[in-house]
Design a binder for this molecule. Structure first.
Ligand code: FMN
Length: 355
């Protein structure tokens, strides 16, 4: 596939469109903005890039505040209108119902599903035509109808508008093509993976059928670096709790890897037990799922486990095995007393039921 040089311009095919609000001379004014982005997670910071000639920057500098209002597709006409006319010549204060939040001077749009008020931090970067303003998000206001059951914004319900500068069209959200921070696990590394012709011999998994087993676990979110510490704290806590209750583990301790958001691992640390147990405090009654699973016995240092898992997942994928997404590692001997080369780990992938 050849590549063609097409010039120097912003190559993003689409951007979300928002209306930035500011009070200019005490009156709400809204302008369409495509140059908008989040720039920091905590504190939540955003930036907007505005042409120096516009009316809106005046209000931002006047009050030290602005708002970001995310329209839903029903408001595409009003949104575009706010990008066509300037508050310098046209009163845009009555297009929407304006409300104010904690900052009192950042006008927000009642009709839009998502609005937020921002404090201008005083930081700006000036370019020839545009100036980038940075703001701290003080509060986000969301229509109840745009929230999902989990209390988070449901993006389909919010129905945001995207703008394509390349084709000069507004568009809506398209189809869901996979979970973020997770679907990349399906990537098959070409360099390190075993040769496609011999995918299975070294990293062949056994497909076994097991019954579900109760377990006592501590679930936590930790960075990969903090995992050993989490294990060191959790294992004795579970052992002590089980001892007090008179429960005896029926197998070695394990870690269930549930998720990774790029920063933190969502893991469960625990032991299997006989049924009839109960959790207490931060120790939860959990279950090691039954049904089919792909299982591999690893002999060697724990440091090799990520590499082994990558090769196994390659084997499983090339063999059409559908994973449920959680991985269990059962640590069969004690790393304190065992030579790293002799450490034994069972890696278990519960499979989707249709596998
Ligand atoms: C789809 C769209 C995106 C826009 N994005 C920006 C932008 O990112 N920055 C900017 O300065 N102007 C942008 N504009 C232009 C302003 O919205 C427009 O000039 C507006 O009239 C300025 O309003 P004001 O003078 O009341 O502040 C955009 C316009 C449209 C239609």
């Amino acid at each position: 596939m050849g590549k063609v040089k097409t010039g120097a311009y912003n190559p993003l095919p689409v951007v979300p469109i928002v209306l930035v609000g500011s009070n200019v001379n005490g009156k709400p004014n809204y302008m369409a903005v495509g140059f908008v982005n989040g720039v920091n997670i905590k504190p939540a910071m955003v930036c907007i890039s505005l042409n120096k000639e516009h009316h809106t920057p005046k209000g931002i500098l006047e009050n030290g505040t602005f708002s970001i209002n995310v329209p839903c597709a029903n408001y595409v006409i009003e949104t575009d209108y706010c990008g066509l006319v300037s508050g310098k010549h046209t009163d845009k204060s009555r297009i929407f119902t304006t409300f104010y939040g904690e900052l009192k001077t950042a006008p927000m749009i009642e009709e839009f599903p998502i609005t937020c008020e921002c404090r201008y931090t005083g930081q700006k970067v000036e370019f020839d035509m545009d100036t980038v303003y940075f703001g701290e998000v003080i509060q986000v206001y969301v229509h109840e109808e745009a929230l999902g059951g989990n209390g988070k914004i449901n993006v389909l319900k919010a129905d945001p508008i995207y703008y394509s500068g390349i084709e000069n069209r507004y568009r809506r959200l398209g189809e869901d093509i996979g979970p973020g921070w997770r679907i990349g696990k399906q990537y098959i590394p070409q360099q390190n993976a075993p040769e496609p012709e011999s995918p299975g011999e070294k990293y062949r998994c056994d497909i076994v059928e097991r019954s579900a087993r109760p377990a006592l676990t501590i679930r936590t979110r930790v960075s990969p670096a903090a995992m050993p510490m989490a294990i060191q704290e959790s294992v004795p806590a579970i052992i002590q709790y089980a001892g007090e209750k008179g429960y005896t583990p029926t197998g070695p301790f394990f870690v269930a890897y549930r998720d990774f958001d790029g920063h933190l691992l969502d893991i469960e640390i625990g032991f299997p037990f006989e049924s009839g147990i109960e959790g207490g405090g931060n120790i939860t009654l959990s279950e090691i799922p039954g049904g089919k699973s792909a299982s591999y016995h690893h002999l060697g240092p724990y440091q090799k486990l990520p590499e082994v898992r990558t090769a196994l997942e390659y084997w499983l994928k090339t063999n059409g095995v559908m994973l449920s997404g959680v991985t269990y590692e059962f640590y069969l001997n004690d790393p304190q007393t065992t030579d790293p080369e002799n450490l034994e780990t069972d890696i278990v992938y519960p499979l989707l039921s249709e596998s």
